[in-house]
Write a protein of this length. Structure first.
Length: 282
């Protein structure tokens, strides 16, 4: 009888060990999968700018979070659309942070870009592969194939991109429960920034970031409704008017409603969104 009880206890203990091994921590399986990223963004990001020097010296938490991204494939397959969209935005933004600190301080020599730009990181955008949700993807592939595939161009404006001309990096992660509010705030922030959407009544010109032309198909498809007031315009112009109109001041809406303006594309600001040593001049 005693021997039978001992065998039973040993078997039970072995089952506990096996269960523990089979349930190693995975992104999405935790109560708050983005808590580590939340702490990183809260400490190192201010007004869309990043303390890259400090983040590099204390990078262990970011490295662990990025490593956890590869284990999310099984969780994502059962996640809601909002959870999936939040995941890919957060994954992209975290990977951009790591891409920068891997070579920070950046001192590149490629013509056409600032010396400290993320564009100076060899292959950082379009060559270096990252393990995310069971896939090997570059930052460009995440944006052009995965994120664009959701059909929500607001997500493109939520990407920090490591550049002043990109979306404003939030000091918090994107979460499914707040995603609609967060994405609408990303749109409003983009169309009320002078470097991405500038209305000049004196010259009768609306100057917008070239990012919209780079991802024209996504913006045209995503904002196909609401541009009837500008029916004589190009599909992209109609889409951008429909996107921006609800977020502008009354005087700006009145100006756009006249439909006499010329829309042009400005220059993209490739300077690093670095707060180390102070905010860069705008």
């Amino acid at each position: 009888m005693m021997l039978a009880r001992m065998k039973s206890r040993v078997l039970a203990a072995l089952l506990v060990v096996v269960a523990a091994v089979g349930t190693s921590p995975r992104l999405g399986a935790q109560a708050d999968a983005y808590a580590p990223l939340d702490r990183i963004l809260d400490v190192y990001v201010r007004d869309g700018l990043v303390y890259y020097a400090a983040l590099k010296t204390e990078r262990a938490n970011l490295d662990r979070f990025v490593a956890s991204l590869d284990s999310a494939d099984s969780w994502l397959s059962n996640a809601s659309a909002a959870e999936q969209r939040a995941f890919w935005i957060n994954a992209y933004n975290a990977l951009v942070l790591r891409t920068v600190i891997n070579v920070y301080p950046i001192r590149g020599k490629a013509a056409g870009y600032p010396a400290e730009s993320i564009a100076q990181v060899a292959g950082g955008i379009d060559k270096v592969k990252h393990r995310v949700a069971g896939q090997l993807l570059t930052l460009e592939e995440i944006e052009k194939t995965v994120i664009a595939g959701f059909g929500d161009p607001r997500m493109l404006l939520a990407l920090g991109r490591g550049a002043l001309g990109g979306g404003r990096l939030r000091s918090e992660p994107y979460r499914a429960a707040q995603l609609e509010t967060q994405l609408n705030e990303a749109v409003k922030e983009f169309v009320t920034r002078l470097d991405t959407f500038r209305i000049n009544r004196t010259t009768n010109v609306v100057e917008v970031t070239p990012l919209f032309s780079w991802r024209e198909a996504q913006f045209v498809a995503g904002f196909s409704q609401g541009g009837e007031m500008w029916a004589n315009r190009s599909p992209l112009e109609r889409a951008l008017m429909a996107m921006s109109y609800p977020h502008l001041f009354a005087s700006e809406r009145e100006f756009l409603a006249l439909n006499t303006f010329t829309m042009t594309f400005g220059a993209y600001d490739w300077r690093l969104n670095d707060l180390t040593g102070g905010a860069p001049p705008r």
